[in-house]
Design a protein around this ligand. Structure first.
Ligand code: SAH
Length: 245
């Protein structure tokens, strides 16, 4: 009887242990999607595409290593997910090149407690990267099917602090404003004033600006009426379109 009792206790302890292990896995499921094969690809992506081009922010590098980019592209393209170029994600849109995602994230100089606005959810990859470095991410997508699939993907992968809205980024997200930082991943012809209005003083906007020729700009809001612009590099993004309604 005593033997049976101790066996039961041992089994119970093992079971409880595995439950809490499962729970802790659930908290960080992203990493469990990175098999050895994908991790190797992500690690060399970081080493040869991102660190080599001068990004040293260890938090950005860490997140780029553990975010399963292959689950954000169409399955037929997953073997190319960690390569040094953008990829199509349907509806004539693209997921940005890994280096550009890392660069834009790095430029925001995040501390961890920020509320961020993203314009152009696309696949949800940039939002997933940001979500691991900030408090919350609000992201707007103008194509309804992309907004829906991104929200489902982000939920399934357990990125709980991301909210996706189907809507027009030119309107911003007034009910959630002001934001600590704003990232725009489609190119408007000029920086939308509404986004500047919805940014906190001292905050940054990283945004590609232009038409055929575009440049990545880092905007800093100095005060209510004054911004500072810094040009980073030439880039090529899909246009930030105006809604037809
Ligand atoms: N950040 C994305 C890639 C963005 S591609 C990712 O990580 O996958 C640019 C996206 O911006 C496209 O999905 C496009 O539909 C969207 N977009 C273009 N104009 C927009 C607008 N006015 N408001 C919101 N989204 C817009």
């Amino acid at each position: 009887m005593k033997k049976f009792l101790s066996l039961t206790i041992i089994l119970l302890v093992i079971q409880l242990g595995s439950i809490s292990f499962a729970q802790s896995q659930q908290l960080q499921p992203q990493s469990s999607y990175m098999s050895k094969q994908w991790s190797e690809k992500a690690n060399s992506m970081v080493k040869y595409q991102i660190e080599k081009r001068g990004i040293t922010n260890i938090d950005v590098l860490r997140v780029m290593r553990i975010t399963p980019r292959h689950l954000f592209v169409p399955s037929a393209l997953s073997s190319m997910a960690y390569n040094d170029y953008p990829l199509p994600i349907g509806k004539e849109q693209t997921i940005s090149q890994p280096y550009i995602v890392a660069l834009m994230t790095d430029l925001l100089k995040l501390k961890g407690d920020e509320k961020i606005l993203e314009i152009g959810t696309g696949s949800g990859y940039q939002a997933a990267v940001l979500s691991q470095l900030v408090d919350s991410v609000y992201t707007i997508e103008i194509i309804e099917s992309l907004a829906n699939s991104a929200q489902i993907r982000l939920d399934n992968l357990n990125y709980k602090n991301v909210v996706v809205k189907f809507g027009d980024g030119y309107k911003g997200w007034p009910s959630a404003a002001p934001f600590d930082a704003i990232i725009v991943t489609a190119a408007p012809k000029k920086v939308p004033q509404i986004l500047i209005d919805q940014l906190k003083i001292g905050g940054h906007i990283v945004i590609p600006v232009g038409d055929k020729w575009q440049e990545l700009q880092l905007i800093t809001k100095i005060n209510k009426n004054k911004i500072k612009k810094k040009t980073i590099i030439p880039v090529r993004f899909v246009p930030m379109v105006r809604s037809t309604e």
